[in-house]
Design a protein around this ligand. Structure first.
Ligand SMILES: Nc1nc2c(c(=O)[nH]1)N[C@H]1C(S)=C(S)[C@@H](COP(=O)(O)O)O[C@H]1N2
Ligand SMILES: [Mo]
Length: 318
């Protein structure tokens, strides 16, 4: 996927598909050699492989970025959760290259004024200027990272499709393709992976769709070519490799809630005061660091998002 920023797209710059594919091949081969040389012995020869990562120019800086130390590219691309490729943290880096992401389209449908459509990724992205957003990502398993995402507000995309007043939630689905996603050949989750947000959460300026990290397009293990990032919620809300966005009236059943309802709810706001039934959520381990740090309410974004939940019992709506 060739990513162009909205302001500098000219028709003369739109690369014909065949040329573009050849260029991808070239980048894959060239960077494959580098990645092979860099891959740590602990992760095996395929880990950390660089799959046609393209630089994304002219990124805007975001006032929402944290100034904490970034996790390394190595950390954020070799320690992943993406059950479609296996349960081990190293499996996504090992196997996600088996997923083809070109071409890619997203079906947008449901309670909206625009007609339902399969929108090619490039069309979906074209109007949106891309920013760098440095966010904390806090997994429900009590580890965290600081990631320099490249993306744009989900709310800007939602507005284009004019959801109606019946659209109270947004539902997302990940690609279902067992031939390329080996974890889907088993039943570790009920495929496809599903997530959802209440409309006001989806429209919140902190909620982004990400297409890159560290100034380049996402690797497959990170949810290429398009994934959600909701920084005040546990990581599993940030669904990867999205192929479907639906505006719906009823609260979606998200995959982890379907799998283990007493452990994983719909809201999943980071909350150090509500423990997971099997472990504490009061602290977390920042990947790459030895010491534990205290987990903050709403992952440190309380000033911006606490008002979304005024009057709600956050122990009940976990
Ligand atoms: N489709 C899909 N999306 C997913 C997951 C998954 O298994 N499948 N795992 C989630 C979990 S549990 C976390 S913590 C984050 C991890 O994102 P990262 O690997 O980019 O750090 O992705 C989330 N998105
Ligand atoms: Mo997670």
């Amino acid at each position: 996927m060739l990513i162009k920023q909205a302001p500098d797209i000219r028709s003369s710059e739109i690369t014909p598909e065949r040329v573009y594919r050849n260029r991808r091949e070239f980048i894959r081969t060239a960077s494959g050699a580098v990645a092979g040389a860099m891959a740590g012995a602990a992760f095996g020869p395929e880990a950390g492989r660089v799959e046609a990562q393209e630089p994304i120019p002219n990124l805007l800086k975001s006032p929402f970025s944290t100034d904490e130390a970034l996790n390394s590219f190595e950390d954020i691309t070799t320690y992943n959760n993406f059950y479609e490729f296996g349960l081990d943290k190293g499996d996504p880096a090992r196997y996600a290259h088996e997923m083809t992401i070109d071409p890619w389209s997203v079906r947008v449908e449901g309670e909206m004024n625009k007609p339902a459509a399969d929108v090619p990724l490039e069309t979906l992205l074209r109007p949106h200027p891309l920013e760098e957003r440095i966010y904390r990502l806090r997994c429900v398993e009590a580890w965290s990272m600081v990631v320099p995402w490249v993306g744009f507000p989900l709310g800007d995309l939602i507005k284009r499709f004019e959801p109606t007043s019946k659209a109270r939630y947004v539902r997302f689905e990940t690609l279902y393709r067992p031939s390329e996603m080996r974890g889907q050949r088993g039943r570790s989750l009920d495929w496809p992976y599903v997530e959802g947000l209440r409309m006001d959460e989806a429209m919140h300026p902190l909620t982004i769709l990400a297409v890159g990290v560290y100034g380049k397009t996402l690797l497959n293990q990170q949810g290429a070519p398009l994934r959600l990032v909701v920084p005040w919620k546990y990581g599993f809300k940030s669904i990867k490799s999205i192929v479907r966005i639906q505006f719906v009236e009823d609260q979606p059943r998200n995959s982890w809630n379907v799998a283990i309802p007493n452990e994983y709810g719909f809201y999943s706001n980071v909350n150090p005061e509500v423990n997971h039934p099997r472990w504490s959520q009061a602290s977390e381990r920042r990947i790459g660091s030895f010491f534990r740090i205290r987990t903050q309410m709403f992952n440190g974004y309380a000033d911006q998002v606490a008002s979304l939940y005024d009057g709600m019992d956050l122990r009940r709506y976990y």
